[in-house]
Design a protein around this ligand. Structure first.
Ligand SMILES: CC1=C(CCC(=O)O)c2cc3nc(cc4[nH]c(cc5[nH]c(cc1n2)c(C)c5CCC(=O)O)c(CCC(=O)O)c4C)C(CCC(=O)O)=C3C
Ligand SMILES: [Fe+2]
Length: 346
């Protein structure tokens, strides 16, 4: 099939102190996140001058993908749009329509399934197309890539580097963004009792551990939000570091398997909070790099593109069914990556 553009679809982040609150309001509208949590997260952003690194990292990744496309002789202009901050995806899709784009591939900056990691990007596509109207290009979202060999190899190298910087006997700990347990359950597939997101995180972690030759490791969660009475995936990374210390471990290597770039949850929750906890306990700590800066990340994106433009083989290392690829924001399947049913709020 022929496509005339690639849309890079991401989360978005503030680019100055005055952006932080309106950005957070965009993220949490209608999601029942308590104001105390928002105040706390606002402080994390203000700690970095109100600037999230995410937009810069996305622009760098796009430049690398443009170079890789050119190197492989593929003519495909790349557009950039976000869910929660400028450039907003509605505006970007409007610009694509004005430029005459009729059919585009969409790369979402998340490797996993689940509501927050997959379906919400479909909702972004739906919203943007509705805002632009009949002139909107057809938008074909690329598949989930948590088990792609290039993704796994980039993390494996980063993990080797982190482990090599630590004394012998360091514990390897994988971490991903927590989600409500109800959301993970609703992530399908229904016939397998749900858990698509957490199972994929487990599988990607297993593949990376296998690649680096580590047999004992943990998979934990971070950055939980929402009201305290709602259960989220746990244990939390900071609590887990305390547990490891109590068990006598003296060093920890953290692989941020749930994230493609060093955005705020990585530089705050890991490089500040988790690292500080380890320091306080006298443990050595190293956080592995995310794939965004690795040349294999751009190669991965171009390979996913070629699956569509040339019918290239869809390389994957797990037995999980391939999912996430949909047209015009349609869900992958019934019962796939559904939002959790939210309890009525008072
Ligand atoms: C699974 C997942 C990913 C990974 C998949 C993917 O990458 O898409 C992810 C990524 C990200 N999350 C981000 C930021 C935020 N997430 C929040 C809140 C939430 N995240 C959730 C889940 C996820 N989030 C959930 C279930 C909530 C509760 C509210 C709700 O039900 O939706 C909040 C509100 C404040 C708070 O409570 O934390 C913020 C500010 C940023 C940008 C960081 C930057 O600026 O650099 C990125 C990349
Ligand atoms: Fe988030």
């Amino acid at each position: 099939m022929s496509f005339d553009a690639l849309l890079w679809l991401s989360f978005g982040g503030p680019e100055g102190p005055a952006d932080v609150r309106p950005f957070l309001e965009n993220v949490t509208r209608g999601r029942g996140v308590p104001p105390e949590r928002l105040d706390e997260v606002e402080q994390h952003y203000q700690h970095f001058g109100g600037v999230s690194p995410i937009n810069r990292l996305n622009r760098e990744a796009i430049a690398a993908v443009e170079a890789e496309l050119a190197a492989q002789g593929i003519k495909l202009p790349v557009y950039f749009g976000n869910r929660n901050w400028h450039p907003m995806v509605e505006d970007t899709v409007g610009k694509m329509a004005a430029d005459g784009v009729q059919r585009a591939l969409v790369f979402p900056t998340s490797a996993y399934g689940g509501y927050s990691a997959c379906r919400q990007y479909d909702e972004d596509i739906l919203r943007a197309r509705a805002a632009v109207g009949p002139q909107s290009p057809e938008l074909v979202k690329l598949r989930q890539f948590f088990d792609h060999p290039l993704f796994i190899e980039a993390f494996a190298d980063a993990t080797r580097t982190a482990l090599a910087s630590l004394p012998e006997g360091a514990r390897l700990v994988f971490t991903a963004h927590s989600v409500p347990i109800s959301a993970d359950r609703a992530a399908g597939p229904p016939e397998e009792g749900g858990g698509r997101y957490s199972k994929q995180v487990q599988e990607a972690s297993r593949l990376v551990a296998e690649a680096v030759g580590v047999t004992e490791y943990d998979v934990v969660w971070q950055s939980r939000s929402g009201p305290p009475q709602v259960p989220w995936l746990d244990p939390d990374i900071v609590d887990h570091i305390e547990d490891l210390h109590a068990k006598g471990l003296q060093a920890v290597a953290v692989c941020p398997i749930g994230f493609v770039s060093d955005h705020l949850e990585v530089i705050w929750d890991l490089d500040n909070e988790a690292a500080e906890k380890a320091a306080e306990l006298g443990m050595a700590f190293a956080r592995g790099a995310t794939p965004n800066g690795d040349p294999r990340f751009a190669q991965l994106v171009v390979e996913l593109v070629r699956e569509h433009t040339e019918g290239a083989e869809a390389r994957k290392l797990s037995d999980f069914t391939q999912a996430g690829c949909t047209v015009n924001g349609a869900p992958c399947a019934v019962g796939c990556c559904e939002p959790a049913k939210r309890p009525a709020r008072s």
